[in-house]
Design a protein around this ligand. Sequence first.
Ligand SMILES: Nc1ncnc2c1ncn2[C@@H]1O[C@H](COP(=O)(O)OP(=O)(O)OP(=O)(O)O)[C@@H](O)[C@H]1O
Ligand SMILES: [Mg+2]
Length: 421
Amino acid sequence: MKAKQPLRQRIVIAFVLMTLLISAGFSIGIVQIVYLVEEHLVTEEMHSRLQAAMDALGTGRAPALDSDQQLFTDSTPQLLPPLEFARVGKGFSEVVSGEQAFYAYKINRDGFAYILVEDQQEFEAREQLLFDGVLIGFVASLLIAWILGELVAKRVMQPVVSLADEVRTGSTAGGKERLAKDYADDEVGRLAAAFDDTLEQLGRSLEREKLFIGDVSHELRTPLMVIGTSCELLAGSHGLDAKQRAQLERIRRASEDMLELVKTLLLLARERSDNDGGHSLVSLAAAVGEQNAIWSAQFTARGIDYRCVVESPDPGQYQSTFLRTVISNLLRNALHYTDQGGVRLVLYRGGFRVEDTGPGIAPEQYAHVFRPFQRGSHARGEGLGLGLSLVKRICEHQGWGIRVLPGEPRGCVFQVDFSAK
Ligand SMILES: Nc1ncnc2c1ncn2[C@@H]1O[C@H](COP(=O)(O)OP(=O)(O)OP(=O)(O)O)[C@@H](O)[C@H]1O
Ligand SMILES: [Mg+2]
C-alpha cells in the first residue's frame, strides 16, 4: 500500500492551501489598490493646496499650510527651494532626502516654479497600520481555514470511519445485518451496499465450502469404515496366504489413513471454537509410538536407517488427529525423498523434528513448498503437492510453528514447535 497522509489530513491541507492562495491574492490586491488610491488622493490634495497657496501669495496673504507641509518658490527670495527640491519635475513626485521621504508637487506659473513639499511620515504610519491589518487578516483567515478544515474533515470522514469499523467488527463477528441501511444514499451509502453484497457473497461461499467439506468428510466415513471392518473380517478367515494377508493389511492401513485424513479435513473446516472440546488428546510420545509402528517397516524395506530419538520428554497433550497427520506427512516425505542414509525423528520438550539425508530443499524454496499444489524441484511420484500445505494449515490452526532448515551435512530438517506462537 502506498504511504500517504490520512484522508482527513489531506482535506485540511486542501482547505488551508485554498485559503492561502485566495487570501494571498486578496492581500496583494489590497496593497496595490492602497498604493494607487493613495497616490491619486495625495496628488489631488497637494494640487489644490498648492493652487490655494499660490493664490494667497499672489494677493500678499500668508499661505495656509499644515505643519508637515512647506512651500518653495523662486518668485520670492525667502522661499527659494533647497537643491533637492529645486530639481523635481512638474506635477507629483517623491523625494528622498537623507533619512526622510517627501511628496513634492510642482506647478509653473508666469515663469516661476511653485513647489509644495509634504513629509510622508504620517502617510507611512497610516499605510503601516493598514498593512498590519492585512497581515493579521491573512494569518487569521489561515487559522480559521485550518479549524474549519478540521471540523469539515471530521464530519465528512465520520461515515467512512464508522463504515470501516462496522465492516471490521461485522465481518469478524459474522454480522448478518445490512450495513447500507444506516447510511444516506450517497457515495458512502453505495460503498456500504457494495460491502453488503461482497460480504454476503463471501459468507455464502464460505458456508458452501464448509458444507461441502463437511458432506464429503461425513459421506466418506461410512464406506471407509465398511472397508476397514471387511478387511478385519477377511483377515480372520482361513485360506489366505502370507502375501494376501500382507496386501489385506495394506488395504486396512490405507483405509485407516483415509479415515484419519477425513477427520482432519472435517476439523480444519470448522471454526477453532468448535474444536476445543470433544476430541481425543494424545501425548507426543504416544503419537510418535503409533507412527513408528506404521513407518519403521517401510523405512527398513527401503534400506533407510530410521531412528526415533528422545532428547527430553514432552509433557503436553495435543489434538490427536492433527498431531498424527503432521507427523505422518513429514515422515512420508522423508521416506519418499531419501534414497540412502538415515532419517531421524527427534523429540524434545515443546516439539519435534524430522531430519533426513535426502536431496534437501534450496533455501529460496522454503516458503514455496508449504503452498498448496506446489511441488519442489525434487518432486517424485504422483503427489499433488498438498502434504506440506495441510501440515502448515494444521500448525497455524493449532498455533504451532513449523519451519524447514538445512540438514547436516545434507538433506533437510522439518521442525515443529508447539509453543511457537
Ligand atoms: N524431505 C524432503 N526432502 C526434499 N524435498 C522435500 C521434502 N519434503 C518435501 N519436499 C519438497 O517439497 C514439495 C512439497 O511437498 P509436499 O509434501 O507438500 O508435496 P508432495 O510430497 O510433492 O506431494 P503430496 O504430499 O501431496 O503427495 C515436494 O514436491 C518436494 O519437492
Ligand atoms: Mg508429501
